[in-house]
Structure formats: C-alpha cells, structure tokens
Design a protein around this ligand. Structure first.
Ligand SMILES: [Cu+2]
Ligand SMILES: [Zn+2]
Length: 175
C-alpha cells in the first residue's frame, strides 16, 4: 500500500513539473524593415497546455508612428526582393482571406495593428490553427511574417489590399 502511495506521489510530482514547464517559447520571428533591414519587432510563439499555440507580437516601428499596419503569415520564409519572395498568404485550410475569428480566413491573417505615437503596438493571439510539428499542415516553422504599410480591408481577395511590404521576418524554432 505504502509503495502505491509513493508511486502516486511521484506521478503527481511529474505531472506538476510538466505543468509548470508547458508554457515555453517554441518559436520566434525577428521582424526587420524590407528596405534597410532594421529591426522593427518580434513575434514569440508559445505552446500552451491545452495544445493551442500563443503568439505575442510586438512592433516598434517609429517611422510608422500613428498609423495602422496589417500583418499576415506568408507562404515562404524568404524576405528577399522587398518581401515579395515571401509569396502569398499562407493558407493551409484553403479558405478565403478575411478577418481573424470570422467565418473564413487564412490561418495567418493576423490583421490590423494600431501603432501609437512612438510606433509601438502589440497583439496576442491563441489558436489551434498553428503547430510546430514537422510535416503538419499547420506547422508555422519556416513561414514568413509580413508587415504591410497599409490596412487590411479584410475583404479584397486574396490579400486584403494591405499595401506595400514594409517589414518581414521568418518564423524559426527556438531550441
Ligand atoms: Cu500580407
Ligand atoms: Zn490572408
């Protein structure tokens, strides 16, 4: 009996320790301007205990102070050619472009982010549309993140008419 109790205690201990270590950063993207390759933000991705993933995106882009920028995940993790090499919106579920959380949208349609008078803005999103599992359609590793110089109208296909590609980063695994 005593042995079983000890075993139960041990299992509980393991469960607790795995519980406290589950919210860990698993991926990150450093965003730079496409024109001068200057840092303008960072996206950090976390695995949550419920299997979802969370992104904390922070933008510091003084040149774009008091404006709204649109952010999307694009297909390719290549920021060359002023961000054009990132290609179109990443769309693993074959949906139309749209507003995050609406009836249909691309899995990287983060949408518009308002920047304050210093060019600072943040957004946090938790979703089951992303993973970091190799060969999974939902795998975000290696995708591009594009910051656009205009606003996403959430309607125009397939881009939201979001304007030029002013910032770019690549989602990379954090070991
Ligand atoms: Cu875009
Ligand atoms: Zn889209």
């Amino acid at each position: 009996m005593k042995k079983y109790l000890m075993l139960a205690g041990l299992c509980l201990g393991i469960a607790l320790s795995s519980c406290t270590s589950t919210v860990k950063e698993v991926a990150q993207a450093i965003l730079n301007t496409t024109s001068t390759n200057k840092p303008i933000g960072v996206a950090k991705f976390y695995s949550l205990p419920d299997g979802k993933m969370k992104m904390d995106l922070e933008i510091n882009f003084p040149e774009r102070a008091d404006s709204t920028v649109a952010v999307h995940f694009h297909e390719h993790g290549d920021c060359g050619n002023m961000g054009e090499n990132a290609h179109g919106h990443w769309n693993p579920t074959n949906e139309v472009h749209g507003k995050w959380g609406s009836a249909a949208y691309h899995s990287g349609d983060i949408g518009n982010i308002k920047l304050d008078n210093k060019g600072h803005g943040t957004i946090s999103i938790s979703t089951d549309r992303w993973s970091i599992i190799a060969n999974d359609a939902k795998n975000i590793i290696g995708r591009g993140i594009i910051v656009h110089g205009g606003t996403d109208d959430y309607t125009t296909q397939p881009t939201g008419n979001s304007g030029p590609r002013v910032g770019c980063g690549v989602i990379e695994a954090v070991k």
